[in-house]
Design a protein around this ligand. Structure first.
Ligand code: NAD
Length: 260
């Protein structure tokens, strides 16, 4: 379905971003990976997923907190792949503390990586999408783009912000073939959440299993994690012709979290 298209997924060396990159590769899209840590493992996984279509896979290690590096990444993608047809703004970090104790540098980093980076990639990707009259921008927000939780001021502010950016980008392109939508997961068991499980287990002196149960029990009525594969399939839907008129939505996949 996506043969000949190129998808750039920020923060795709791990977790949800890797799940989305893999799902798009399975549909035949060329992939530009981004993120820190091991690249060979994720690259091999994505290449394998797109093997039947002989997809091309690239990588750029831009730090999403740095506007200049984001510009270099977008230039690299245009030079190597022609243009970015599908932009998935996924890179994100978390820090947990009450507002009055929240480290200022953590606030700045979360706003930069979880929100401002999406402004930069979007402004740089849009002209080529508009010229081609086809494009898909998918912002990985969170259920925290819809509701708040204590101790997560910067994260909730950034995620509400990216839902706002999603709506404005969708509206400005509403009469064209360029759509912009947000995905809002509840708990997904990735390294980002494992850290929160570990912290809970340590703080309460309980097992990892019990901490996981408590974490889900507090917020997620389904008592189940959403998986990167399920989120990948939602991203594939948002790239399909069936979603041509899906514009500016914030689609939660959260086990009923926001329905409460
Ligand atoms: P993760 O920690 O598994 O992956 C984060 C990815 O972002 C990694 O590839 C990492 O290298 C990359 N990254 C981090 N900082 C970066 C930077 N400065 N520049 C470039 N890349 C950077 O986390 P995840 O759970 O897969 O999270 C992905 C996205 O999903 C985030 O935006 C997160 O807020 C969102 N999300 C996660 C959950 C969850 O429960 N895990 C729920 C809702 C939303």
């Amino acid at each position: 379905m996506l043969k000949g298209k190129t998808a750039l997924v920020t923060g795709s060396t791990s977790g949800i971003g890797l799940g989305i990159a893999t799902a798009l590769a399975r549909q035949g899209a060329n992939i530009v990976l981004n993120g820190f840590g091991d690249v060979q493992g994720p690259r091999a996984q994505v290449e394998q997923a797109g093997k039947a279509f002989e997809i091309k896979v690239g990588y750029h290690g831009a730090d999403m907190s740095q506007a200049g590096q984001i510009e270099e990444m977008m230039q690299y993608a245009a030079a190597e792949f022609g243009r970015v047809d599908i932009l998935v703004n996924n890179a994100g970090i978390q820090h947990v503390a009450p507002v009055q104790e929240f480290p200022v540098e953590k606030w700045d980093a979360i706003i930069a990586i979880n929100l401002t980076s999406a402004f930069h990639t979007t402004r740089l990707a849009l002209p080529a999408m508009q010229k081609a009259n086809w494009g898909r921008i998918i912002n990985v927000a969170s259920v925290h783009g819809l509701v708040g939780s204590a101790q997560k001021s910067a994260y909730v502010a950034a995620k509400h912000g990216i839902v706002g950016l999603t709506k404005v980008t969708a509206l400005e392109n509403a009469t064209s073939g360029v759509t912009c939508n947000a995905i809002c997961p509840g708990w997904v068991l990735t390294p980002l959440v494992q850290k929160q499980v570990d912290a809970k287990a340590q703080a309460l002196g309980i097992s990892n299993e019990e901490a996981t149960k408590q974490l889900l029990g507090e917020k997620e009525p389904s008592q189940q994690f959403t998986t990167p594969e399920e989120l990948g399939d939602l991203a594939v839907f948002l790239c399909s012709p069936a979603s041509n008129n899906v514009r500016g939505v914030a689609w939660n996949m959260d086990g009923g979290w926001a329905a409460q």
